[in-house]
Design a protein around this ligand. Structure first.
Ligand code: GLU
Length: 457
């Protein structure tokens, strides 16, 4: 799709969540890809809150969506809310009604379910049979006299085959006669997703609609809505291009509940950096390698819908952790300083960060500097060796190097026998940060004290 963009066209994309829950990896991915598609081309990325379902939409979710996007660094260039555009949908509805493209229906849920079963039983596709179109004025009046308020369907044009060039899936073709006329408005006047979305995409000048492949059949129907709306509009509007990406699935191969509930908040609480989520989701399901890339520009440069595969993208938590750790190891002190233990400076951060999977673990490692450290038991031989270390300890430019060279010389020890008792005595641990970086942070007084304590133990 990116390659087919006309010269001079400003790309406008949108992310259109319904505020009925927190963002999770699936919709973060959609938001991110729309942001990338726009930003890569110097275009605009809009946030559209799809809150026509007043019962299920919640204001705290709207706020959480904004906060999560901000945390991820996916900044919208504008925001719109469907609940503020109801007049727009009424006007569009009236136009479609005037064109004979919407019609009232009176079936109950049970009646529809029964019709569906009968069609399935006869081996027919379970689509709406357009029964309501059989009603004449008197028939409709009779229904209303019974107190049944109509719901409304959009009438597909069965003579206009639907086709589009999908940015991920290639040429798509649908026979409208094989699709149900979608319900667009409920009996209480409230809106279903289909029409408001198409109306807004036109009004907001959306040039590219990029969403999950669960929307493919919606797109087929919406293409006819777009055409009908454009035909009825006075202004010049054009139908967006479409791309549908393969769904995200868990490692086990299906969209697990766990994955759906892998919310932005849970990831943040777990110590996952926004850069890690972005680096992973930017390339997951594409032919490009998933790498710990913190630089958004580099990710934007390589973003290309033609690299997107048709197979479901597999989300693997261990991969996210791997990317996260690699990015933490690259993070600069300034970027994390407000999350580090008091007193930890840039040198401390640099010494400790290679050991971290998550920034929050810095405190545990910093304790190796500030103490108290775990006391260890040493053999008599090692205690003598550590006593020698106390005698050799000096404090120059590179105290670790000086100490180990002197000890090598005076004791003849090398390798593990040379280094491990020192590390254990100085940190209480068998492994950890580079001692050359750590020892200056521990400082001479504490180092001497720890070596003396170990030599006595
Ligand atoms: N609110 C719709 C959803 O969350 C938007 C779909 C679309 O991108 O058009 O599924």
């Amino acid at each position: 799709m990116a390659q087919a963009i006309g010269a001079g066209m400003t790309i406008v994309t949108r992310f259109a969540p319904s505020p009925t829950g927190r963002l999770h990896v699936g919709n973060i991915r959609t938001a991110l890809h729309n942001w990338m598609l726009a930003k890569q081309a110097g275009g605009r990325f809009l946030l559209r809150i799809d809150d026509t379902d007043a019962e299920r939409s919640r204001e705290d979710y709207v706020e959480a969506i904004r906060a999560d996007l901000a945390w991820l660094g996916i900044a919208p260039d504008g925001e719109e809310r469907q609940s503020a555009q109801l007049a727009r949908y009424d006007a569009a509805f009236a136009k479609l009604q005037a064109e004979g493209r919407v019609y009232p229906c009176y079936e109950t849920q049970q009646e529809l379910e029964l019709k569906r079963k009968i069609r399935l039983g006869r081996g027919l596709p379970p689509i709406y049979d357009r029964g309501a179109l059989e009603l004449d004025d008197a028939g409709r009046a009779a229904k209303e006299a019974e107190g049944i308020a109509p719901h409304w369907r959009f009438k597909l044009d069965h003579d206009a085959p639907i086709t589009w060039e999908d940015g991920v899936r290639g040429t798509q073709k649908f026979d409208p006669a094989q699709l149900s006329d979608p319900v667009i408005r409920r009996a209480d006047g409230s809106w279903l997703y289909m029409l408001p979305s198409a109306v807004d995409d036109l009004e907001m000048g959306i040039t590219h609609v990029l969403r999950g492949e669960d929307h493919v059949s919606n797109t087929a129907v919406q293409i006819q809505m777009f055409d009908a709306l454009i035909a009825a509009a006075d202004t010049q509007q054009s139908i967006p291009r479409f791309a549908h990406e393969a769904l995200l699935v868990g490692k086990e191969g299906k969209l697990s509940k766990r994955l759906g509930s892998l919310g932005c908040d849970a990831l943040r609480d777990r110590g996952i950096e926004p850069q890690a989520i972005v680096a992973l989701l930017a390339r997951l399901g594409t032919s490009l390698p998933v790498e710990p890339i913190a630089d958004r520009g580099a990710l934007l440069d390589t973003f290309d819908l033609s690299t997107f595969g048709r197979a479901p993208a597999k989300f693997d938590d261990t991969e996210l952790e791997r990317i996260n750790a690699a990015l933490v190891h690259q993070m600069e002190f300034e970027a994390v300083s407000d999350r580090l233990p008091a007193g930890m400076d840039a040198a401390g951060w640099h010494a400790i960060r290679p050991n971290l999977a998550h920034v929050a673990e810095a405190g545990e490692w910093w304790r190796l500097v500030t103490g108290p450290i775990d006391s260890r038991e040493f053999s008599e031989e090692d205690r003598a060796y550590l006593a020698e270390a106390v005698r050799q300890l000096g404090w120059g430019e590179d105290p670790w190097r000086a100490l180990t060279s002197a000890l090598k010389e005076s004791t003849g020890r090398k390798g593990k026998a040379l280094f491990l008792p020192l590390r254990q005595a100085l940190t209480g641990m068998d492994h950890g940060p580079d001692m050359g970086e750590l020892l200056p942070l521990i400082g001479e007084a504490r180092a001497r004290e720890r070596l003396e304590a170990a030599a006595r133990a």
